[in-house]
Structures are given as C-alpha cells and as structure tokens.
Design a protein. Sequence first.
Length: 132
Amino acid sequence: MDMTPEFILLAFTLILAVVQIMAAAMARTAELGVKWNASPRDAVSPPPGKVAGRLMRAQANLFETLPIFAAAVIMAHIAGKDGTLTALGAQLYFFGRLIYLPLYAFGVPYIRSLVWLAAAAGLVMVLAALFV
C-alpha cells in the first residue's frame, strides 16, 4: 500500500496524539511530582492546574475525532475515493489539530474555536469523499 498524502497526514496526526499524551502527562507530573507519577495513584488526585487541565482536555478533544478521521482515511483509500477532496480535508484536519493544541494550552478563546471548526470541516470533507 502506498503512503498517500492522506496516510502521511494520518501518521503525523498519530504522532501529534503521542505528543499530546506526553505533554499532558509532563504537565501533570510537573504539578504533582515524580513520586506521584510513579505511584499507583490509588488516592484521589487533586484537580489539574490550568495548563495541565487544558492539555488534558485538548488531548481528549483530539481523541474524540481521531478514530473517525483514521477510519475515514482508510475507507477512502480502500474504496478508491482518495483524491483532492480527501487530501485537502486531511490537511485541514491535521493542521487544524496542530494549531489547536497551543491555542488551547495558552487559553486563547474564539480563534481556538475557529481552528477547531476548520479541523472539523476537514474531517467532514474526508467523510464526504466517501459518498461522491
């Protein structure tokens, strides 16, 4: 199977997911310490601080749409529907998600929501390609 532009962007999105996992974990460890990180975390932990909480929410937000994006990219390729619409949609999704992370981490309102909408539009474009 060839590494199409859509598959390359999917691979980069998976790398972004790992980066988000690590960023949230590192921020939480910075708040609570290495001893907490190494513990079994049986006790109730205090709520996360601002940055750790934002990074955790951004990660959860990505994980809500990532399975849909991955499935759509794979389905489009298998069905022979990948092309301009899917390539453009995958670019919008990936770069939207990439830009969304720092905007959320720094608490930037409105622009963050517009960037999220752009990423969502990219996802819709990949899904739409399955039906055209």
